[in-house]
Design a protein around this ligand. Structure first.
Ligand SMILES: [Zn+2]
Length: 139
């Protein structure tokens, strides 16, 4: 026995609706799961907010941006050779508040950085005072 032709579209329509509802449910569950995973990540790590980063024209993406959160980074001071840790909170401040270059990393410990800043400030001051010529003569 043949089905009446009019019966086909409603069945296909029903299937389509059912499939759409199943897709929507799957998406809803995935969004919920993603949101939960993000909350968990935020609870354990200091997250990177890419909106706050200084714009960068490089083709690459720094590792911390790809990772999505900051981790304490050990380094050796180039000034005095002391073993140091660039803390996640300091990195967030540097990249997102101070708008530091996203490819720059800590190279000097705090005392060496202070010394370097003082040296630069003194050099600037000397230049402004017109003693740059004296410096050149001495060198
Ligand atoms: Zn140092």
């Amino acid at each position: 026995m043949k089905h009446p032709p009019r019966a086909r579209p409603p069945i296909l329509e029903r299937r389509k609706l059912k499939r759409a509802a199943a897709d929507a449910e799957r998406r809803r569950r995935k969004d919920k799961e993603d949101a939960r995973a993000l909350r968990e990540l935020a609870r354990r790590h200091l997250l990177v907010n890419p909106v706050n980063l200084r714009p960068d024209n490089s083709y690459g993406t720094p590792e911390f941006v790809r990772r999505g959160y900051y981790v304490d980074m050990p380094f050796v001071c180039k000034g005095c050779g002391a073993a140091q840790v660039w803390a996640a909170t300091q990195q967030k401040w540097w990249y997102e508040s101070a708008k530091g270059d996203v490819w720059s990393v800590a190279v000097l410990c705090k005392p060496c950085r202070r010394r370097e800043q003082a040296r630069k400030a003194a050099a600037r001051q000397g230049h402004l005072a017109g003693s740059a010529a004296k410096g050149k003569a001495a060198a």
